[in-house]
Design a protein. Sequence first.
Length: 451
Amino acid sequence: MLRHGVPRPNAFTASSVVRCCSALRAVRVGIQVHGFLVNAGLGRAEHVRAALVDMYGNHGRVADARRVFDEMSATSVVLGNTMVACYVRAGDVESGRVVFDRMVERDLISWNTLMMGYLRQGGAGVARELFEEMPDRNVNSWNMAIAAYSQERSWADAVAVFNRMRLARFQPDPATMAVLMSACAQLGSLSVARQVHGILRKGCVEMNFHVLNSLIDMYAKCGSISQAHLLFVETHLKDTVSYNVMICALARHGHGRDALQVFDEMSKERLQPDAVTLLGVLSACAHAGLVHDGKFYFESMKTNYAIEQSPDHYACMVDLYGRAGLIKEAYELARAMPMEPHAGVWGALINACRKHCNVEVGKVAARELIAIEPRNPGTYVLLANTLARGQQWEFVETVWQSMRGKGIEKTAGCSWLEVENVVHEFLMGESSHPNSDEIYSILEHLYLQLT
């Protein structure tokens, strides 16, 4: 520009050039531009500073970004937001919080950026606190609040936040519905699932592959496999994921043969199955006791579908053999794996040993599993139950002593039950439920009848 007699650049031109350098990943050129702007007296302009901080931050040069930021005696909201975003991208949310706390003025972007940073780092609790402190909110704020509760596995609270969002007259977007459907699926509330479906029917969100697949998965996990299958059959928007969701859902509900029928339909539609599809197929065979079919699909994965067998596929086959009582075959397959078996493989084997009272193989599987997950209480419980099935009581006590010696505590069992559109949570040994006296009285009565 200067060589050809073009007027000197202003702050707007300078910030645009810096952003172009960032977009083109031309950081070295950007550094040269930075030097030129300082010499030209344009380096102190707010938009130029923000562009420089953004460029350095986008390419991992956080220290350079902070140096540019600190050179300003007074920072604007835009520059502060850019610095917070820089730290969030770098995974240093606490440094971002320091900048946020020092900002004289904040806007919606400030709050949302910090919330997102904590969510990415697993700090759902802090994200929730920020949400409640926010003076203003938009749809993204609500979405992150729902995601924060979901991250903490507080599914009912996630749904409650969505209801607050509707009362505040915010229109949900596709991201809202995606997070909400995931929470509903985990909560297992069929009534809430129907409410979500009703909202979608009103056309607030475009029905695409992702939304329909999430709907099918939600209904299946809420116990209505019939509604999930009806949606699957009626929709013309089917992709590989749609078939995967339906196959896995049918397998989980014990409809193994129906799952294989859906897989056949997928083949007729000339859709290419993937690794997840075959996991669903093998799981379906395991739940239906179809050992021969499962073995066929497993052995033909590479030749027929060009899919490499993963540890998860081996775990499904171990589960298939184990459920059928073929403990020897399950153990030999685990030992013959071309890769190191993961916890899922040994977990499936020890579970089969517990079911079929094979103490010796169960001990071997438990030893391997403890080596992988030494502090997982579930392994010790499975081993103790396997030993108890074999009436090896002295070894059962040894297992409990080992747990206590390592400071490992058994995780309390938890279940949810929906009664008249209200989801109740039950923890093992918990007595805080308002009807706990009545519940324990009925349980005692049932126990007396059984004995």
